[in-house]
Design a binder for this molecule. Structure first.
Ligand code: MN
Length: 274
């Protein structure tokens, strides 16, 4: 099996190194990742400047390709320029931090898996759901944040099991999996759960401050509001110690709105004919 590994935290992130190490037990691994962190890049692509690939070595000696492109570019570049279009699986991660609920659309990690699906290849995104790494607002009274322990090994093991599952059960066209792993040692994980996207939002998203010249500036931060009480969702599964696996379709159409929309459009057409 030929596996394309990418991420949005950058080629030198610990998560992608651990992911590549684990997936190597299943086949040939090619690492193509952004040369710098590109978290929250979404599904953006680079159209207005040349894309470059540099061969680099990771800390464990892994040969990787660093690019000036986005996570989405990495999949196209990797498939075309590195793997000669022979890609069996795209795995994106291990992201430092969760990608749950509506955060999917911001995520560069998830976008790389989307691009895998666009290329017609089995793909999944995998994120370590450690809240501590998110840029959330902390109150003045909070103790200074200590660097969190990040259990990338747990996510690496989950990735191997999910990749094996996909070898046996390939995904239908235009779909991929979004995986979130609780930040726990492997023996504390309670298992895997198939989930739907949950509700997870940021309150007071923007914080206004004043610079030394008296001009306002703004930070996107806010605090997290999530519904952890809704069984069957990704938010619930991770909060309860399960690896969450959500199937995602590239088709965003709200099918339940099509019928009423037909009627509204008929009214529009009637008005237009007057
Ligand atoms: Mn990231």
């Amino acid at each position: 099996m030929r596996i394309l590994v990418t991420n949005d935290d950058g080629v030198y992130a610990e998560g992608i190194r651990v992911l590549a190490q684990h997936l190597r037990t299943l086949g040939e691994v090619f690492v193509v990742a952004p040369e710098r962190p590109r978290s929250a890049a979404g599904h953006s692509i680079t159209l207005h400047k040349p894309l470059r690939l540099h061969r680099v070595h990771l800390l464990d000696g892994t040969i990787a390709y660093a690019t000036n492109g986005t996570p989405t570019d990495c999949v196209t570049l990797g498939a075309h320029a590195v793997m000669e279009h022979r890609v069996d699986l795209v795995v994106s991660g291990i992201n430092a931090g969760p990608n749950l609920g509506w955060d999917l659309t911001y995520s560069g990690t998830v976008a790389a898996a989307i691009e895998g699906a666009v290329h017609g290849v089995n793909a999944f995104a995998i994120s370590l759901a450690a809240e501590e790494v998110l840029p959330l607002a902390r109150s003045e009274s909070d103790a200074p944040a200590e660097p969190p322990t990040l259990h990338y090994e747990t996510a690496g093991q989950a990735a191997v099991q999910i990749a094996s599952m996909l070898m046996e059960h390939p995904l239908p066209p235009h779909t991929f999996l979004n995986v979130n792993v609780p930040n726990l040692p492997w023996h504390e994980v309670r298992g895997f759960q198939a989930t739907a996207l949950g509700k997870r939002q940021y309150a007071d998203r923007i914080e206004t401050r004043v610079d030394p010249a008296g001009r306002p500036y703004y930070w996107l931060s806010g605090s997290l509001v999530e519904d952890r009480d809704q069984p069957g969702t990704d938010v619930y599964a991770v909060a309860h110690g399960y690896v969450s696996i959500t199937p995602i379709h590239l088709d965003f159409t709200a099918y339940n709105l099509l019928a009423p929309l037909h009627e509204w459009v008929a009214q529009l057409n009637e008005l237009a004919r007057r």
